[in-house]
Every structure is written in C-alpha cells, then in structure tokens.
Ligand binder design. Structure first.
Ligand SMILES: Cc1ncc(COP(=O)(O)O)c(C=O)c1O
Length: 374
C-alpha cells in the first residue's frame, strides 16, 4: 500500500495523525460521560465544548450554533426533516442522496418539492431558485460543492435571492465538500443551516455537525437525554467530536495555502490527460470548480473497468461518485448536466496531502489505462 496514489478524497480522506492522537487521548483519558456531574464528566464536557468552538470558528459561526451529529448525512436529515409545517420545498436537482432522498421522503409525507436544474456546466442559478420559490416555500436546500463533479454553487446569491422572495424560508446548505477547500463563512449570506462532515477533512468517519443559525428552529429526529440542546440527544461521541474539532481547525488553517496548490495540481492533471487523450471531456468549468475535484469522461471507455485498471496501477479514484459504486445506476448528477450514460466518467479528488509527484504519476496511469481500454 506504500506506493498507492489516493485520489479519492471526495469519498473519504486519510485521518490526520494529530487528529487520531487527539481522538485516542479523548478515549483513554477523557473517557467520562459529558453529562456526569463529577470531574471525569466535566473533563469530557470541556473537550466537547472546545470542539464546538473549533467547528464554529471553521464556519465563522458561534459555538452555541453547532450540533454534533453522526456525519453529513444526519446533519442534512435534521435540516430537511426537522422543520415543522412544510408545504413546499425547493432543492437543486443534483443534491447528495442524503438531501435528495430526504426530499423524496418529504414528498411521501405530502410535501410538494420543486427541483432546480443545473446548467450543462454544473452550476445552478440564483434566479432559477428565486423563480421556484413561492410565498409558502418553507425550505430551500442547495449544496455548496457538488460531490461528483466538484462544481461550486453560488449559495450566497441563492440564499439572498430566496430571502428576497420568501424572507422566512429556511435556507440549508450542504457544505460537506466545501469546508477546508473554500472560505465558508455563515455570516456572508442569510443561511439558516449548514452540514459538515468529519471524514472529508481528515477526521474519522461517523462524526459531523450541523450549524444552525441562532433563533432558527428544528425538531429532533431522535429522542433521549436532552444532549445537544435536545436537537440530537444521545451520549456524545467524545473522541469523534474531539477529532472533528481539531480536523476542522487544521483544515481551515491550511486552506489558504492548500487550496491554490490543489487547484494547480488539478489543472496539471487535466492538462496532461487531455493532451494525450484529446477526446477526454471535463465536467464543470475550472473557474467554478472546487480545488480538489476533477471529473473526466472518456467516450467508449466504461468507468468501472477503468477504475479497476487504475487500481491495479496503484491509483485510487471513483467512478462518478463513491455513493453509486455499488448500485450500478447511471449517476443522476451526470444526467442532470446532460452527460450521456455511455460516457465513462471518473472522479479524481485531491487532498492537501497530494503531492506533485503523485499527480504526474496519476496522469501517466490514467493515460495508459484509457489507451489500453479504448
Ligand atoms: C456533498 C455531500 N453531502 C453529504 C455527504 C454525506 O456525509 P457523511 O458521509 O458524513 O454522512 C457526502 C459524502 O459523500 C457528500 O459528499
């Protein structure tokens, strides 16, 4: 495994050693229940509070606005399913399944859902969201960075356009792929909630957070001991929470240096691939794509065999997106932007640890495997 080139950071990231150590310390030292009245409990509660402050700082919010969850999926579920008295909801047509399927569940409950289609370059327009919003629209959800193709959505303009038409409408943003790659500032626009996931930013899997603007109200989806102000009861997963806090702090601290470097690496990867395989098609425009994601299609080369040929060459990528890896259904995202089903599409996703040498070797491997399979 020493030589493997991991370009599947959109699926998950390797845990940062400092983060793993912090989680281990929380497990072995601060192992009390944060709700306990004694010292050991207070020690655990202090770590949770510190992590709350770190996560809040990562999105420029307040600690009291952070609710820890089991991941991005649950943070999205809280926002979509936790609002009372929904009649009409608007979502983009290429949300992550944790939002798209939650919207489907709302339809089964009698809620009307309007979807907003992206352009062929993978970006939604604020005007289209505004046009879809009605006076009785109570929720709008738009992701910040599209996980399969990496395109950055104009969420700030979407939030403003929505609030102009429906000031009381709750605006939820899935920021799972944005934290650590873009500046995420909850004060920059009238957002109401934001989903964050640990394992996309070098924390372990199974922890995430919902930022919920002070004053915004959601109902809990589970019931219990009142933890997380009753919004997400259950004894806090202290090691994961501690890990998320540190990972968020490290990701945001590294962003200014890492994001431009990943952008340069991503462009180098694309330039090398398209120079050798001129029929390669890139999804999304470079100027509106997050630093860490390159989505490329090769006509006549199916994605799965390409992925496995690359794996044999030591390069790990996704076919479209990991969420679809097991069900072989065509990707709804690629369809939404008009990519034909027979276009084999792979997603190469970088992290702040990706090196220039890995990029050069990955480009060579992609070129060789595509030539072999064409
Ligand atoms: C955009 C987006 N939202 C939500 C999720 C789900 O997050 P988690 O795996 O932490 O539940 C993912 C993970 O792939 C994602 O990419």
């Amino acid at each position: 495994m020493a030589d493997l080139i991991y370009l599947d950071n959109g699926a998950t990231t390797r845990v940062d050693e400092r983060v793993a150590e912090a989680a281990m310390e929380a497990m072995l030292v601060a192992w009390g229940n944060p709700s306990s009245a004694h010292n050991l409990g207070a020690e655990a509660a202090r770590r949770v509070q510190r992590a709350r402050e770190q996560v809040a700082a990562a999105v420029a919010g307040e600690a009291s606005e952070i609710t820890f969850t089991s991941g991005g999926t649950e943070a999205n579920a809280l926002a979509l399913l936790g609002l009372a008295r929904l009649k009409h909801v608007v979502v983009s047509a290429f949300e992550h399944p944790s939002v798209a399927d939650a919207a489907r569940a709302l339809i089964e409950r009698g809620v009307e859902v309007t979807t907003v289609a992206p352009s062929s370059s993978g970006v939604v327009s604020p005007e289209a969201f505004a046009a879809a919003v009605r006076p009785d629209t109570a929720l709008v959800a738009c992701m910040w960075v599209q996980n399969e193709i990496g395109t950055v959505q104009p969420v700030e303009a979407v939030a403003r356009a929505v609030k102009l038409k429906a000031p009381r409408c709750h605006v939820h943003v899935d920021a799972v792929q944005a934290v650590g790659k873009l500046v995420v500032d909850v004060g920059a626009a009238p957002f109401d909630s934001l989903a964050i996931s640990g394992h996309k930013i070098h924390a372990p899997k199974g922890v995430g957070a919902l930022w919920l603007r002070r004053g915004a109200r959601l109902k809990a989806l589970v019931f219990g001991g009142g933890q997380e102000r009753g919004l997400r009861p259950g004894t806090e997963g202290v090691p994961g929470i501690v890990a998320l806090g540190l990972a968020a702090e490290l990701a945001v601290a590294a962003r200014a240096e890492a994001a431009p470097r990943m952008t340069v690496q991503r462009e180098r990867l694309w330039t090398a691939i398209v120079a050798a395989v001129p029929s390669a098609r890139r999804n999304g425009e470079p100027a509106t794509t997050a630093p860490h994601i390159l989505s490329v299609g090769f006509g006549g080369v199916p994605a799965e065999p390409l992925l496995h040929a690359l794996e044999a060459a030591g390069v790990y990528v996704s076919a479209g997106s990991a969420c679809h890896a097991r069900d072989k259904k065509p990707s709804a995202t690629l369809r939404a932007i008009g990519v034909p089903d027979d276009m084999g599409t792979i997603r190469l996703s970088l992290s702040r640890h990706t090196t220039d040498d890995e990029i050069a070797r990955a480009a060579e491997a992609v070129i060789a495997c595509v030539r072999e399979l064409s």
